[in-house]
Design a binder for this molecule. Structure first.
Ligand code: NI
Length: 179
């Protein structure tokens, strides 16, 4: 198990269209996922996409097994490994909420996301996943899957008056959550 370096915005490896996973349940895949989970937990993240550690495949992990300090008001999301994901909006209602990203440390913005989605894909063993999600859960899935097509949250910002530094926007935020 290894905590991996998280790439930062500007790195070209974050801008690629990630490749689909063709083989499941391989040692390389399983070991990489263990590293990603370690990395996500070490950074107190709610999700992490493979491109953020320079891994060019369509794989994201997310979850808040316990309430984490970064998002104290959010309902828990089960820890999930999602491979080759497809997201379909349900309806056209949007949510507008603050987002940050481990690849964009120190900054947050209000970003529009679908309020209700269906998502599908596979787990690391090749078992199909199909779920509906709303609110925070839906937001996290959309944010993580954006990483698989080279999109970071600043590219989704519409209102640039709601884009800035955590330390200015949320001066009472605990320093360990400043990313
Ligand atoms: Ni991110």
């Amino acid at each position: 198990m290894t905590v991996r370096e998280i790439l930062k915005m500007g790195d070209e490896r974050l801008m690629r269209i990630a490749k689909p996973v063709l083989e499941f349940n391989t040692p390389e895949l399983l070991e990489g996922i263990v590293d990603m989970k370690e990395t996500m937990i070490a950074a107190s993240g709610a999700g992490l996409a493979a491109p953020q550690i320079g891994w060019d495949i369509q794989l994201v992990i997310f979850g808040t097994g316990q309430i984490i300090s970064r998002y104290p008001d959010a309902a828990p999301i089960p820890y999930t490994v999602l491979i080759n994901p497809v997201i379909t909006p349900i309806g056209n209602e949007l949510q507008h909420d603050w987002e940050g990203c481990l690849s964009v440390p120190g900054l947050r913005a209000v970003v529009p996301r679908w309020q209700h989605i269906r998502y599908s894909g596979f787990d690391q063993y090749g078992q199909a996943i199909e779920r509906t999600a709303d609110g925070f859960h839906a937001k996290v899935v959309q944010h993580e899957c954006d990483h698989l097509v080279g999109i970071l949250f600043p590219q989704r910002v519409r209102d640039f008056t709601k884009f800035g530094f955590n330390s200015v926007l949320f001066p009472n935020l605990a320093p360990e959550n400043d990313d």
